[in-house]
Every structure is written in C-alpha cells, then in structure tokens.
Design a protein around this ligand. Structure first.
Ligand SMILES: [Zn+2]
Length: 774
C-alpha cells in the first residue's frame, strides 16, 4: 500500500493523484514522505513504548489502537497505569510502537522538527522492520504523529503498512471547524444533523477531527441554550413543542424536543475529551441576537422598531435584544459566564445580521441615534466585548464576527478606527472572502494584522444548511447565470484557506454546519491548513474522495460530486421569492433544458451510489456519507422532475391548451413535488415551517412550491387544484439581510484569489519539499 500515493515522482495531482488501488490516502497529506521497500504487518497486538514525557498520552494511544481492533500489550514507565498490560514476551512477533520525545531523538530529526513552521505541532514517523517510531518535541506533535499512525493502520492494505519515513507539520497554527450544537433552535428551527447528537456521537466526531489534525472547534449555539442555566432556566432548549413527521401514520405528530445535552449532559466531558486530544473548543454565539431563549421568553427585551420602520416592512426577524436594557446586560453577562464555566476555551460572538435599522428605544436613540445603524451596532459590539473581557478569565479566547455589512470595500481609516477600539484580546473570526479580488482581505490583513485574523468568510456548508441541506458543494453543475451568484462553496473556501495561509494568518475556520454528505468541507479545512500547496482544488477533490471512500468507490464518489445537480426548490417556482444566492428560475426553454440535464445527472449519480453499495461501503463514515448523499440526490431528481412537468404545463397552457395534457402535467408536477417533500419529511427530524416567532421561517419551501403550483393549475383547471390556505408563506428566512449580494454576486464570482498568489511557488501539485519515493 502507498499511504501517500501522491508522493510518487512525476505524479500529476491536478488530474489524478494516482493512488495505489488498495490504499486509503492520508488526509491531510504529510509534508515529506519517503517510501521504503519493506512492509510491516499489523497484527492484533502492538507493544507500546511511551517516553515518560508523553506518559499522559497513554490512554489516547490505547483507545486509538483499540478502535482499530489492536490491543496494547506493554507500556513503558510513565505510562504503565494500564491494568490490562501483559508481558510482551507473550507476543514475540508483535509490532512495536514507540512515541519518543526530545531526549530520545536522533539529532538530525530534532533539527528537522525544529525547522518546521510550527515545531511544537510537528512530528517524524519512521516505519521499518516491524517498528513504528513517532518523534515529537511536544505533546501536540506526538498527538499529530499518533493521528497519522491511526490513518495508516486504518488504511493498511492487507493489514500491512509500508516502510516509510515522514517529517510533517502544519502550514497554519490553528485549523478550526464550526459545527452546530444548536442553530436558531427554538426560533426558526428545532434541530437537525449534529444538533441531534448525544455525547457518544460527538466523541466520534472529535475523534474524526483529531485523526485529521483539526485542532479547534468553534461550536455554534444559536437560539435556546443547549445547557443547564439555573439562573435563566426558561432560556434553555427543553420541552420545545414541535411537529415531526410520522411515516407510520403519514401525518405530523406533536412532540417535545429537549436538547441531548440537557437530557444527559455531555458538554463538560466532551470539551475535556477534545482538550486531551489537543483540540480547543470555543462557543460561537450571537452577540445580542439568538442569545439563548431570552428574546422569546421576554419579547419586551427585543430591539424596538419604530412605527415608521414597521410600516416600511421591517421586522425583528433576528430577535436582537436591546442592549440598553439593564436586564439584557445582566442576562448576557450571566450567559457568557455560564458558558465559560462549562469549560469552553473561548467565546466567539457574531453581530446581528440586521443591516438596515438599529433599536429605536429612547435610550438607544439617545446613545446611538446620531449614528448610521451599522455604526451603532459596532459601537455596541465594542461596549459589550469590553464588558465580556472583564467578566471572562484572561486566558479565555474572545472572537468577533463583525463589519460584515455593505459596503464590502471599506474605507481603510474606518477599519483602522474600529481596530483601535476593539479590545486588544479580541480576535477576528470573520475577514472578507474573495471580494474585490481579495484586495479587501489584504487590506484587513494590513490593518488588523494577520495574527488577529482567525477566520474568513468561508461559509460553504452554511449555505447548504440554510438552503435545506441540498448538495451545495461545488458550482460546476450550475448554469452560467447562477455561477454569478455562487461564491460560498468548496472552491471558494479552498481559495480563502490558501490566502489565509499565504498571508500568515493565525487560523483558518471552515463552516461545518452540515456533516452528513458534506464531509468534503471538513476535509478541505484539514488539508489546506496543514499541507496547503499539495493540491489545487481538483486534485483535492480527487484525493479527498479516495481518502473518504477508498480507491474504487472514491473514483465513483468524485464523479458523482462533479456532476450532481444542486437545485433549491424556490428555483423551480417562478412566483416564489428567491434566495439572494440562488436567484435564477428554471422556467422557459433554457430552464427546462437545464432541469432535463439535471434529472439525467441525478439518475446517473444514483447509479454510482448503487455501484458503491455493491462494492461495499465499509466503515460508518462512508455509510452515512453514501446514505446522506443518496437522500440529497433523490431530492434533486424529484425537484428537477417537478420543474420539468411544471414547465410542460406552462408550455401546453400557453400553446394548444389541451385540458387532458395540462392535467397530466399538473398531476405529474405535484406528484414529484410531493415526493420531494416526502423524502425530506421521512429522513429529517425537523422539516415543518415554524411561525411561532411571528415570522414564518424554515428550510423547506416545498409546501409553498406545491401551493404556488396549485394556484397556477387552478387558474386553468379549476378548484380541483385549489391551494391550501393554511400553508405559511415564507419570505426568505435569514437570507433577508443578504439582498445586497445580488449586486455583488457577479463581482465575487469573478474575483481572483490574489491573497493565495505565491510569487516564487512551484507549479500547483509540486510544492517545495515534496517527497519522492525511492
Ligand atoms: Zn434599545
């Protein structure tokens, strides 16, 4: 087997990483790898020797090996607390694994590790003649070496790993992903995906992050708090009334949802578990919007809209709290203290996305009334961060996502003024993406300093989540007119990661709002923060697909991802409002032709998934990826078919107007739209639109599509197709404040990733320090 197939000389990562057919490629790829000729067979037992300086890692090494079905049979002093340790003489042929520190390290290796960009995270790994040795200067490096050992053994072909030598370390200090623990919970939604996980499942995810060298999680908690909060117990996500679909009876049933961490608390243990593995955990929460359940339980505490603003159509859709209120300040301070008490290593705040108005209460007007709404918002941010900095321990990280509103290109002096007002310990968890050919990002790097920039506008999987869990991955299948609005996707995330690494920012942070079927986003953070220049985006997709699914199925998965259509249901209905990032409608001859191609592509993708299943999916991550992908693809097929039939109805109505044919097309459109909704309802827990906040909101617009279709059909075919007046009409949910993207979309879509340009770089796929197999 070849653990890093891309290390063979002259391989071309742009088109094909050329892996050995029986291998699972490492991800992230190691910086320098040299393959030998021999092989080591990994049996059921490994003799473990830990340098006493790494004694505390014994439990982690043991559990990593046990996960692979390998038992540890001896541990050296400093780590000999294993009660099941038996004598190595019982297994004279067992492979040995040693994890050694500075004192036990050959001088040339120590020199090489010290020369890495981040020596404390770097490691060397030697595998030869039945002996595996990890060398590291620090426990962080030792953990990274152990993670590579895990990937090597897990991917071992025929139970054998090749002789090899690796010297490895990251390209950026922190590689962060942002998964969701709650997301608008109790406001617009109840929970989906990772938000339904209990502690055991979260541990599996932390293990995945550890094995992929992700070293921080920025865990989203939007909405009712998913933790016990005795002082404000009514703001926690307990007994939330909601409806979920029951396939058994084919109807909705009312249930009460309590967040898994409130049923059986796991957060404190999980954070400790992650910390032990070198992973920091931050809480990513609203600054003063969606901050626990307070705005719902105490609606009088929300920001106030003047009658004029209400008359102009504004709503407090973002449920921001009025920060001039004493009770609100007390509550917010108590909240951040409580979060720190749970054990989070930091708090990252996001400003409300409202860009058009600021609280109109008399006190806010007195304090901020002279400022434009966004300037008022940023002033409050500075005030609150100063208070939080006093309330939190000095070592607790404080992050902020702010200044995200238009104009995208900001005045340098304004940015410098905000930089000066921001408390010195606060880090930026948002900086521009590719806007303005990255020139705005480079301006931020200059003004704020790269050490202060921990994240950019990398929201690819956030788009997938807000669009109802569609396969929003790469824009390659989008029609030309949509490409102008598609800029938060995997390709864009990758270009931003490269720009951040190139400008020496402190961290990259990729959204991980969707796990199921969106693992590529997580793998991109892992790869481009570690071995950033190994692949261009196509090389990455090829490699990551094989890392996830193995050689044979990986090739199928790659083909699937490159061709699977991505359609949001509002796009097959001309009378529904659009998302600003999916504004085009598939109607008329061109739209119809696109939908027909999409239906065929979805059909082909389903056949690829069938083939993958026949070949065998293997581990749980592969199975859940394939299952989630199948659900998405089936949806895309039904959405395309519904749109095709609707287009045919319109053509018949506007042409010959044959009533029989019109009825057939109408029935066909409704059948596919209903099937689309059935797939969603039966596979996802939380699919009904919510309107208890006063603004109907949800991820799934299919009931509205059905109703709009019915209106159209009823006008020609009569009451048989009458719409259902009880279906709530949604206006675009949290995408409302992003209308300005319509103007900027084409510019961003055409933006060049200037920040990622490396003047003296080798061509893509042949980075300096690239290894060669003997
Ligand atoms: Zn106010």
């Amino acid at each position: 087997m070849s653990p890093n197939p891309d290390s063979t000389p002259n391989s071309n990562s742009n088109s094909n990483p050329n892996p050995n057919p029986s291998s699972v490629p490492l991800l992230p790829t190691p910086k320098r790898l040299t393959l030998g000729t021999g092989r080591t067979r990994i049996g059921r037992e490994i003799v473990l020797t830990l340098d006493p300086v790494f004694g505390e890692l014994a439990g982690i090494v043991r559990s990593e090996l046990e996960h692979l079905g390998v038992k540890t049979i001896r541990e050296a002093a400093g780590a000999s607390n294993a009660s099941d340790a038996s004598d190595a003489s019982n297994a004279p042929n067992a492979v040995s694994l040693s994890v050694l520190g500075r004192g036990e390290m050959p001088e040339p290796i120590e020199r090489e590790l010290s020369g890495q960009d981040y020596p404390e995270q770097s490691y060397a790994l030697l595998s030869e003649a039945g002996r595996l040795t990890v060398y590291a200067l620090d426990r962080k490096g030792a953990l990274n070496g152990i993670a590579t050992v895990h990937q090597l053994i897990e991917g071992a072909s025929g139970g054998e790993i090749p002789d090899l030598s690796i010297v490895d370390g990251p390209d950026i200090e922190r590689r962060i992903v942002s998964p969701t623990l709650t997301w608008y919970a109790g406001f617009a939604r109840a929970g989906f995906g990772t938000q339904l996980w209990d502690g055991d499942r979260w541990r599996v995810f932390v293990d995945w992050c550890f094995r992929h060298k992700i070293n921080a999680l920025n865990v989203v908690m939007y909405g009712f708090w998913p933790f016990e909060f005795p002082e404000y117990s009514d703001t926690t996500l307990r007994d939330l009334r909601m409806e979920t679909w029951s396939p058994e009876i084919g109807d909705w049933v009312e249930v009460r949802f309590t967040h898994p961490n409130l049923r059986k608390p796991f957060l404190e243990d999980l954070i400790r578990y992650a910390n032990e593995r070198g992973i920091e955990v931050y809480a990513y929460i609203g600054m003063n919007s969606y901050s626990g359940g307070y705005p719902v339980v105490h609606p009088e505490s929300r920001s106030v809209l003047s009658p004029e603003l209400v008359a102009a159509g504004h709503v407090n859709n973002y449920d921001s709290l009025c920060t001039s209120r004493e009770d609100v300040r007390r509550y917010l301070i108590a909240s951040v203290r409580r979060i720190e008490e749970i054990g989070f290593d930091g708090l990252v705040f996001e400003e409300s996305e409202e860009v058009q108005w600021f609280c109109q209460c008399s006190e806010c007007q007195r304090k901020y009334g002279h400022l434009p709404p966004n300037e008022a918002k940023h002033s409050v941010t500075v005030e609150l961060l100063e208070e939080y900095a006093k309330a939190l321990k000095p070592e607790t990280l404080i992050g902020i996502r702010w200044l995200r509103e238009p104009p995208i290109v900001k005045d340098r002096e304004r940015l410098a003024a905000w930089n000066a007002r921001l408390p010195s310990r606060a880090k930026l968890f948002w900086a521009p993406g590719l806007e303005d050919d990255d020139r705005e990002f480079l301006k931020w790097v200059d003004v704020f300093g790269p050490e202060r920039i921990w994240s950019r506008n990398c929201e690819g999987s956030g788009f997938a989540a807000s669009l109802g869990r569609i396969p929003y991955l790469i824009p390659d299948t989008f029609p030309e007119e949509l490409r102008n609005y598609a800029f938060q996707h995997l390709w864009n995330d990758i270009a931003q990661f490269q720009g951040a690494v190139n400008t020496k920012c402190a961290a990259i942070n990729g959204y991980g709002f969707e796990w199921y079927g969106h693992e590529l986003y997580f793998m991109a953070t892992a790869q481009f923060g570690w071995d950033c220049w190994r692949f261009d985006r196509d090389g990455f997709l090829a490699h990551a697909s094989r890392h996830l699914h193995g050689e044979e199925n990986g090739a199928r998965y790659e083909r699937l991802i490159r061709s699977v259509p991505c359609i949001h249901e509002t796009q097959i209905c001309p009378t529904l409002p659009s998302f600003p990032f999916m504004p085009n409608k598939y109607v008329g001859p061109e739209g119809l032709a696109y939908l027909e191609r999409s239906a065929e592509a979805a059909e082909r993708a389903l056949r690829e998934l069938d083939e993958m299943e026949r070949a065998g999916l293997g581990n749980a991550v592969r199975r859940e990826n394939a299952e989630a992908t199948r659900i998405m693809v089936r949806r895309m097929k039904e959405a395309a078919e519904a749109g095709i039939a609707f287009n045919r109805f319109l053509a018949e109505r506007d042409g010959e107007g044959d009533r029989g044919r019109m009825k057939r097309h109408a029935d066909e459109a409704l059948r596919h739209a209903e099937e689309d909704y059935r797939i969603v309802k039966e596979h996802y827990f939380d699919t009904k639109a919510h309107d208890w906040t006063g603004v109907p909101i949800g991820e799934y617009y299919i009931p509205m599509v059905v109703n709009e279709y019915r209106k159209t059909f009823a006008a020609s075919l009569g009451d048989e197709y009458a719409p259902d007046d009880s279906v709530p009409y949604m206006v675009g949910g949290e995408s409302l404040p992003w209308e300005w993207l319509l103007e900027w979309g084409p510019k961003i879509a055409a933006a060049k990733p200037l920040a990622a340009a490396r003047p003296n770089a080798a061509p893509a796929g042949t980075p300096a320090g690239r290894s060669e197999a003997p």
